[in-house]
Design a binder for this molecule. Structure first.
Ligand code: ADP
Ligand code: F6P
Length: 324
């Protein structure tokens, strides 16, 4: 069946995530196989407004599936938040014949996609963020690579922490979301995990835990701290002063966003990117792709943005129980 639209664009927006290239590649190749043409837009909404747009063919995305980052680059764009900016962006799309747009990013990028849909451009969001914090989907592209990178790093810190019989505070990414911290907490056998969602940061309790652990004969004390909780370095100084146990802070930072994507991120990226191209071929707009109850599905963007996601309580309780 002929596609409902002829030309689509694709961009990546917000924080990058491993697997975004797999998604771009899938958008391009699936769209071409459906009879559509594809244009790549550099640096998200930012360079859309500067008309930095290029034709993409099947060869343009060769040798990209194993690459970290995003070949289209990414950015945050203040100008696009205004209605004026959104109207200008829609005009630029029309000028370049772009009738549909795939936006790979997080909730903020989807809010922008919804605005473009209101301006008459068919838009589809694909969830790409290491934070796993998009409510309409059980998986977001990049999480698996990031959490494995963090897990490997924490294993290494744990070795030296044990040798020196220290306490280590390891800060992982997640300004508003504790998924990376929670998964690492379980995977690395951390003694404490600090999660932004639980609002229960209690330094005195941490100090008591460290002292009790020493009495129980534990050689190290690993605290996985989600970025959103606060400054790991000053926390380490206070904890060392209160416990007498040497304490060091390690901030893993942006290394968690880089690296070659895992198999899981390549496959989810490919499936979600292809699904987005299929939706545009059907003339759909204002949708977000998700993975839900074992299937690739799509939701209205506004509905998706209104959904709430909570950390799985059972996982939080198990993580605590396993740290004894
Ligand atoms: P993420 O997509 O990872 O959540 P951001 O929240 O930084 O990242 O959003 C990425 C970009 O999406 C912003 O820089 C801005 O250009 C656009 N954006 C975010 N929120 C809105 C909004 N409410 N209206 C229009 N554009 C938005
Ligand atoms: O990609 C998501 C995320 O890593 C958050 O966990 C973090 O708060 C944010 O991006 C930081 O991004 P940047 O340093 O690029 O502003």
């Amino acid at each position: 069946m002929a596609p409902k639209i002829n030309t689509i664009g694709v961009l990546t927006s917000g924080g990058d995530a491993p697997g975004m290239n797999a998604a771009i590649r899938a958008v391009v190749r699936r769209a071409i196989s459906q009879g559509m043409q594809v244009k790549g837009i550099y640096q998200g909404y930012s360079r859309l407004l500067n008309e930095e747009i290029t034709d993409l063919n099947a060869r343009s995305v060769s040798d990209t599936i194993a690459k970290g980052g995003t070949i289209l680059y990414t950015a945050r764009c203040h100008e696009f938040r205004s209605e004026e900016g959104q109207k200008a962006a829609a005009e630029i799309c029309r000028k370049h014949g772009i009738e549909g747009l795939v936006v790979i990013g997080g909730d903020g990028s989807f809010a922008g996609a919804r605005k473009l849909a209101e301006q008459g451009i068919c838009t589809i969001g694909v969830p790409g963020t290491i934070d796993l914090d998009i409510a309409c989907t059980e998986y977001t592209i990049g999480f698996d690579t990031a959490v494995n990178t963090a897990m490997d790093a924490i294993d290494k810190v744990r070795d030296t922490s044990t040798s020196h019989e220290r306490c280590s505070i390891i800060e992982v990414m997640g300004r508003n979301a504790g998924y990376i911290a929670l998964w690492c907490g379980i995977a690395n056998g951390a003694e404490d995990v600090l999660l932004p969602e639980t609002y229960d940061y209690d330094e005195q309790q941490l100090i008591t835990n460290i002292i009790n652990n020493r009495k129980r004969g534990k050689k190290h004390h690993i605290i996985v701290n989600a970025e959103g909780i606060g400054h790991s370095s000053s926390m380490a100084r206070r904890i060392e002063a209160a416990t007498g146990v040497e304490t060091r802070a390690t901030i893993l930072g942006h290394m968690q966003r880089g690296g070659s994507p895992t198999c899981r991120d390549r496959v989810y990226g490919s499936m979600m990117g292809a699904y987005a191209a299929d939706l545009l071929a059907e003339g759909k707009s204002n949708r977000v792709v998700g993975f839900y109850h074992g299937d690739y599905v799509d939701f209205d963007i506004q509905e998706a943005l209104e959904m709430q996601k909570e950390l799985p309580d059972y996982m939080v309780r198990v993580s605590k129980a396993l740290s004894i």
